[in-house]
Design a protein around this ligand. Structure first.
Ligand code: HEC
Length: 201
């Protein structure tokens, strides 16, 4: 029983040590970080608003995070930069406005941290989401047809995206993204880590 003081101090130490390591120090590190002023005077990053912000929720709803990461590892820690997933590694500042962290852990598909710069064609993104094998033959990514309506009128509406000739059928000549589809692609377009940050040289 004369060890109770020893155990008590041990418990207190464990709690204080893990609290500071997991909560206090990260909080202090984050409070140090602010946006970076680029050469033309704009600030990076910018908090998401409007359609891209709505699209972030669609991304979370549809579970894209289960197959895609949003973190580019530095050279020497993997082949992310060689694969062209980013021109630089991602750093804390890239995520400073993210209310919920979507860095992810699984890479069934490629990293999307910089997809807005890597694949800036909205048409490509719509066709790929509608049915990934249209743009990426052999893809195992699940299709997301519920983000679109399909049409075959002679005069297509202005926001229609034509299906490639070999994918057209008499009842499906084009796809029209619904609001969730548009928001999701606006979000993907916002994932752009082209700004060089001093801490990521
Ligand atoms: C079951 C796993 C899986 C899920 C869920 C998934 N993907 Fe994918 N994704 C992949 C795979 C595998 C690829 C690579 C083949 C391809 O391009 O289709 C890919 C490729 C991509 C690409 C092209 C990346 C590049 O470098 O060209 C984008 C963009 C993308 N996914 C977005 C999404 C979005 C948005 C969601 C959620 C709506 C999603 N994915 C859900 C597996 C998945």
């Amino acid at each position: 029983m004369n060890r109770s003081l020893f155990i008590f101090v041990g418990v207190i130490f464990t709690v204080v040590f893990s609290l500071s390591g997991l909560v206090l120090v990260p909080d202090w590190q984050f409070s140090e970080v602010g946006p970076f002023k680029t050469e033309d005077g704009t600030l990076y990053p910018q908090p998401l608003t409007g359609p891209p912000e709505a699209g972030r929720h669609v991304y979370m709803d549809l579970g894209c995070i289960y197959c895609h990461t949003q973190q580019v590892r530095p050279e020497g820690f993997g082949a992310d930069i060689e694969r062209g997933w980013g021109r630089r590694r991602t750093v804390m500042r890239d995520y400073m406005y993210d209310p919920i962290n979507l860095t992810g852990t699984m890479r069934t598909g490629p990293d999307l941290a910089n997809i807005g710069a890597r694949q800036p064609s909205k048409t490509w993104q719509y066709l790929h989401l509608y049915n990934p094998v249209i743009t990426s033959p052999g893809s195992i990514m699940p299709p997301h047809p519920f983000l679109f309506t399909v049409g075959a009128e002679a005069v297509a509406p202005p926001d229609a995206v034509a299906l490639p000739a070999e994918w057209q059928t008499p009842t499906a000549k084009y796809i029209i993204p619904n609001s969730r589809g548009r928001f999701l692609v606006d979000y993907l377009m916002s994932l752009d880590k082209s700004v060089n940050l001093p801490e990521a040289e």
